[in-house]
Design a protein around this ligand. Structure first.
Ligand SMILES: *Cc1c(COP(=O)(O)O)cnc(C)c1O
Length: 392
């Protein structure tokens, strides 16, 4: 339906952090299907899990207990602050679940008739109607009115803005059921959350008994250098969501919550495909491989190497690159506002030179490679980024 503005590139094969197009040209993949191919391409552990589970039992529906879903839930709970998991198929769908949970929590626990969820400006939470309303960027709302009621927006990393938004909403009594934030804003420009801000948000939520929901769809599953972005911030959410890297390339999303706010009961929420044996077996293989191959250590080391390399390139082009920011293997080179260069131009030049990158807004070039990327490949990415900037 022409919903995508696509690059003129057809990829047909991949291995590790490399992909090849239909002409046989090789690319170093620092996009990873938009922060999704956690283990790169054609990882043997995924191939094995896909083959084994597909040849055994792929889908049965949630009318029946699914052992692979139980095993994946157990892994996620043992590796996070959550007590309960619900599985769906995408990030937007996971956030829809979080929004429904927060509304029910608002009605049943806080006695609020029209609960409001506060999100951040420049945030991104997905494209379904409620998720796109939660997304604090007007460009995604255009032509889709009427939007879903019950959302308000406050500037990210700005406690005064959050406090005044709450005060305005609650002039006549409690209104706010939840605050929903990305630990690091991905689509909004690879903008990391501020520790002091998040700690204060946690205190506000505790004091008001409202939910802190964290959208870990892009930054979770090891990309930050810890399994979850909120661990990098030193703050525990009440509810958080995952997708993208969770399946390593198969479609899966998850809504995770603490016991005390797991208010959804039988009949409240469902998904036909959600958590089927196939996706859960593959996702579990991704989780176990992160542990077995010590990928968090690789993310931390390769992330430091990448940021140092990009900063050195940035210093060569002070009129183009303002600064480099990010965590682990989610990093952005921020182009100066007054530079003519746009992120998409840099991405196109890099693509010609065999490096895949993705913009995060008009002025940020995003690097989100597979978590298995090697030191030599990071050096190669930095070199090609340097050449892309030199090329104009
Ligand atoms: C990509 C993304 C989403 C939406 O995920 P889909 O799987 O495309 O629905 C939601 N939140 C964040 C933070 C994302 O990066």
């Amino acid at each position: 339906m022409k919903t995508y503005g696509r690059f003129p590139l057809t990829l047909v094969r991949g291995a590790g952090s490399r992909v090849w197009d239909d002409q046989g040209k090789e690319y170093l993949d620092c996009v990873a299907g938009i922060a999704t191919c956690t283990l790169g391409h054609a990882h043997p552990a995924m191939v094995q899990a896909v083959t084994q589970q597909m040849s055994t039992l792929a889908h049965v529906s949630n009318l029946y207990y699914i052992p692979q879903q139980g095993d994946l839930a157990t892994w996620l709970i043992e590796n996070s602050c959550a007590d309960k998991a619900f599985f769906c198929n995408s990030g937007a769908e996971a956030n829809e679940g979080a929004i429904k949970l927060a509304r029910k929590y608002g009605h049943t626990r806080l006695g609020i008739e029209n609960p409001v969820i506060i999100t951040a400006k420049a945030s991104f939470h997905g494209r379904t109607l409620a998720a796109v309303t939660a997304t604090g960027q007007p460009k995604y709302h255009k032509n889709f009115a009427p939007l879903v009621p019950g959302f308000a927006y406050a500037a990210y990393n700005d406690i005064a803005a959050l406090e005044s938004t709450i005060a305005e909403l609650e002039q006549d009594g409690p209104q706010v059921a939840a605050i929903m934030l990305e630990p690091l804003q991905g689509e909004g420009g690879v903008n990391p959350g501020d520790r002091a801000y998040f700690q204060r948000v946690r205190e506000i939520c505790d004091a008001k008994k409202i939910l802190l929901i964290m959208d870990e769809v892009q930054v979770g599953m090891g990309r930050s250098g810890k399994i979850w972005g909120h661990q990098t911030l030193g703050v525990e959410p009440d509810v958080f969501t995952s997708a993208k890297g969770l399946g390593g390339g198969v479609p899966i999303g998850a809504l995770l919550t603490k016991d005390y706010c797991a208010v959804l009961e039988p009949g409240d929420h469902a998904s036909t495909f959600g958590g089927n044996p196939f996706v859960c077996a593959v996702s579990l293989a991704v989780c176990r491989t992160i542990e077995q191959e010590h990928l968090l250590a690789n993310v931390q080391a390769r992330g430091e190497q990448l940021r140092a390399g990009l900063a050195a390139v940035a210093a060569k082009y002070p009129n183009v690159i303002d600064h480099v920011r990010g965590w682990g293997l989610i990093n952005g080179a921020v182009i100066r506002e007054d530079a003519e260069m746009t992120a998409i131009e840099v991405v196109k030049r890099a693509m010609n030179d065999g490096l895949l990158l993705v913009p995060a807004g008009p002025k940020v070039v995003r690097f989100v490679p597979p978590l298995v990327i090697t030191a030599a490949e990071i050096d190669e990415a930095v070199e090609k980024f340097d050449r892309a900037l030199a090329g104009g």
